[in-house]
Structures are given as C-alpha cells and as structure tokens.
Design a protein around this ligand. Structure first.
Ligand SMILES: NC(=O)N[C@@H](CC(=O)O)C(=O)O
Length: 452
C-alpha cells in the first residue's frame, strides 16, 4: 500500500477563502480536500489551529549558481527558501557565466537537478550582445527573458538604457520580458555630483537620492510606452516608487494583462528611515526609498496595480557589503523571511491572509503560466506551507540558513512561524530539520495556454 499524508483539521488559505478541512497527499499530488476518513496507510499531521498555504512561488531570486557560489548556491539558498515556506523559485541570469545561451541555461538546470531542494526555473539573460539570437529562439525553452543584474559583469547592458535594443526585443520576442527599470544615465549623473562632495564616503542614506525616483519613473514609463506600441509582454521587476504605481492598471484580470509588475518584500519592509541603523546592509538596486513610497507600494499591492510579491533574494558576503559606497555590493538575502514579513503585516492589520496568498502563490503561477502549481487544488502538485500564526521567534545568526551568514533582519521578532514545508508531496522542512536527499523539479509552464 502506498504511503499517504493526511493533514487533518487545518485552516486552508486558498483562492480568496479561509476554511477548515483535511488535505490528503499521495504520489506528490493533492488527492483530496474536505472531510477525509483516516486509513491505515495515512501518516497523520494534526493541523488544528494551524494555517495551510499553497507553497510560496518566488518570481525573482539570485541563488548565485554557477560561479558566484561564495555568496550562495542552489543548495544553500533553496534550503533557506524552503524554511521560509518557498517551494518554487525563478532565478536570475547574472551568474558567472551570465546565462545568455540555451547551453548555459541547460547547464543551470543540470546543476539545479542535483542541488535544489525546491522547484526551479530560470530566466534567460538578454542584453545587447545576444538580442539577435534571443529573438530567434523557441520561447518554450525558458519561462521568460530578463536583463536583471547583468550590469554586474558588463555595464550599460540594461535594457532601460538601450531603447533601441528594448524596442527590437519588444517588437520580436513573444516571451515574458522582465526588466530592471532604472536609467543608469540619471544614476551616473547623481553619482558624479555626490562623489564631488563626499569622495568615496557617500553615506548610505543618499543611495535613494542617487538611484532616484526620476531614474525609476522615466525608465518604467519609457518601457511601458514601448511595450504598448509593440503589444509586448512586459513585466517590470521590483518596483520601488509610489509614482510608478500609477503607470499600472487594475481594471483587468491578471490573466489578460500585457504589462505587469511586482514589489520585493524589502521595499515594503524598509524605508529611508532605516539607512541610519543599517547603512550599506540595505543598499539595494533599485534603492529603498521613502516612507511615502513604501506606503504607496503597499496600497498599490492591495489595489491590484502590483501583481506579485518577490524577494529579489540577492546574497553577498558581509565583507562585500561593509565597504564604502561605490565598493559596497547592492543586494541582500531575504528569501528565508519574506513570508514572515508579510505575516507580520497581517498581524498589524495591513493585509489579509487571502491577499498574501494571492500575491505570493496564485499570481506568480498565473503570471508565469505554471502548470498545476500555486493553488491548493485536487490534482495539483502538493507544494504546501504549514504556518503557526501564534509562535513568536527572533531572527538571529544561529537560525539563518544563508551561506553568507547574515540578514538585515537580525534582531527582528516575528509573531508567526513556518513549521512545515512540503515540496512535491515530500515533507522537506519539518520544525527546523530537513530532508536533504530529495530534489525539486523543473517548473512546467504553458507556452500558449494561460492558467486560470
Ligand atoms: N537587487 C540588487 O541590488 N542586486 C542584485 C541585482 C539586481 O537585482 O539588480 C544582485 O544580483 O545582487
């Protein structure tokens, strides 16, 4: 008799509803939801008083494999992700080498199949060098194309700085085009002005002045105008300003949208008030901006102008971070604590559990056309996250799973705890312990059909 897991009497948060039910898992799939009779082959989990979410799907991470594995790798960071309730992720192309060809993409899939505990997919990188090949490629080979972070190895390759390349891509590429939207020419002008005043010692609090609202807004506006002209499928990554939120629509369902966007959790959590305390540790690109921006982003998320929450998990070593302004790397690790941050907002009455699940589970699956993930439905992959909403704990060095060993959230107390995470029906994370010998799967997605 095959083994099955029966989660009993648990509070499901799914598809805009909250209800108490039992969930039966077998052969990697959700078999049944409702009131279920116990059978001898059932492993029982008592879900009384606990909440069950579909596993979180993180639409933007940098797990650093291959080539930058001193910062993190597909094993360490996927493990941290799972402890944070994340069961699937899409990783960015700014590794070494950059993922600019189908061959390097295949190599990354191969590494993930041997190292990633969570389900995975990857963006194909696009820049000025490979645009001609990208527009000829069969788009069923990748979930989307992106330029995110590629300036780390080659400056000036961001699409936002190259309107002709962007236009060529939008006119010809049928894939989702996910762009990092900042105008480097504005950033460089601001950098120069601050350098003249401070030399290399620019205080971190000026990061949002250098990587300004103007730089973000102008880039996003131009990308949207070009995408509309060519009817391209554009996704703007990690939005940071209240001003940009007004460029997006909420009067059509996500499934019909040609232009979508996301917010990364640190832009909801931190504001310019935190630079004094945390300095370069919260230096991200695009920058953490003002309290008004942070509030505007949350409002736009609740209003459905912003479609997704991602982490943009971007680990660097402490040594790489604690440098003077120009030397300090932008980015920080977040994937282990994203759901926790959002649940804390729930505790503060700022967002509902249903909305969290919509933005972190359902919408990533819909937007990236994933097959049978992102919902608690019969026949879907059993990617599930069990949460205790009333179990306080504090982020500390000892409970971090990131290879880089630090977090900008150290010392933060959360009121909710992720207790168990199932990936493809396997209980990979169980109250602080891991099953480390079962790897995730490549995420299936439809190239034409859309998920409802
Ligand atoms: N977000 C960041 O500040 N850094 C990212 C790159 C990026 O997303 O631009 C990284 O790879 O470190």
């Amino acid at each position: 008799m095959n083994e099955s897991t029966l989660i009993q009497n648990v509070t499901l948060v799914n598809e805009g509803k909250i209800l108490v039910a039992d969930v039966l898992i077998a052969e990697g799939l959700i078999q049944q939801i409702g009131r279920i009779e116990v059978e001898p082959n059932h492993n029982l989990i008592d879900g009384t008083g606990k909440h069950l979410f579909p596993g979180i799907i993180d639409g933007q991470v940098h797990f650093r494999d291959p080539g930058l594995t001193h910062k993190g790798d597909l094993y360490t960071e996927s493990k941290a992700a799972i402890a944070g309730g994340v069961t699937s992720f899409i990783d960015m192309p700014n590794t070494v080498p950059n993922i600019l060809t189908v061959e390097s993409l295949k190599e990354k899939f191969d590494i993930a199949s041997k190292k990633s505990l969570a389900n995975y997919s990857f963006f194909l990188g696009v820049n000025g060098d490979n645009i001609d090949e990208v527009i000829k490629m069969d788009t069923s080979q990748f979930i989307g194309v992106s330029d995110d972070g590629l300036y780390f190895t080659k400056k000036g390759n961001l699409l936002a700085d190259n309107p002709e390349i962007m236009e060529k891509l939008f006119a010809n590429c049928k894939s989702i085009i996910a762009i990092h939207s900042e105008k480097e020419e504005i950033v460089e002008k601001n950098e120069q002005a601050f350098k003249e005043k401070y030399g290399d010692d620019i205080p971190a609090k000026f990061h949002p002045v250098i990587r300004s609202t103007e730089g973000c807004y102008d880039a996003t506006k131009r990308a949207i105008d070009l995408a509309k002209k060519h009817k391209a499928r554009l996704h703007i990554l990690h939005l940071t300003t209240e001003a940009e939120t007004h460029l997006f629509r909420n009067d059509i369902p996500l499934i019909e949208k040609k232009i979508t966007t996301e917010v990364s959790v640190h832009h909801l959590w931190f504001s310019d008030e935190d630079y004094e305390r945390l300095g370069m540790l919260i230096k991200w690109n695009p920058a953490i901006k003002t309290k008004k921006d942070k509030e505007g982003l949350l409002k736009a998320l609740l209003d459905d102008k912003i479609d997704l929450i991602t982490t943009d998990h971007a680990p660097h070593t402490l040594e790489e971070k604690q440098q003077t302004y120009f030397q300090s790397m932008s980015g920080a690790p977040m994937v282990q604590h994203t759901l926790n941050c959002m649940l804390e907002f729930y505790k503060q009455g700022l967002i509902s559990l249903e909305k969290i699940v919509e933005k972190m589970c359902h919408n990533p699956a819909i937007l990236y056309r994933m097959t049978n993930r992102g919902f608690i439905r019969k026949g879907y992959h059993a990617d599930l996250t069990l949460v205790d909403l009333n179990s306080e704990w504090t982020v500390a060095k000892e409970n971090l799973l990131y290879k880089c060993g630090w977090s900008p959230l150290e010392g933060t107390t959360f009121q909710a705890k992720i207790e168990q995470t199932f990936v493809n029906g396997n209980l990979i994370y169980n109250h602080g312990t891991f099953k480390e010998d079962i790897f995730g799967m490549p995420i299936d997605f439809n190239t034409k059909e859309k998920q409802k």
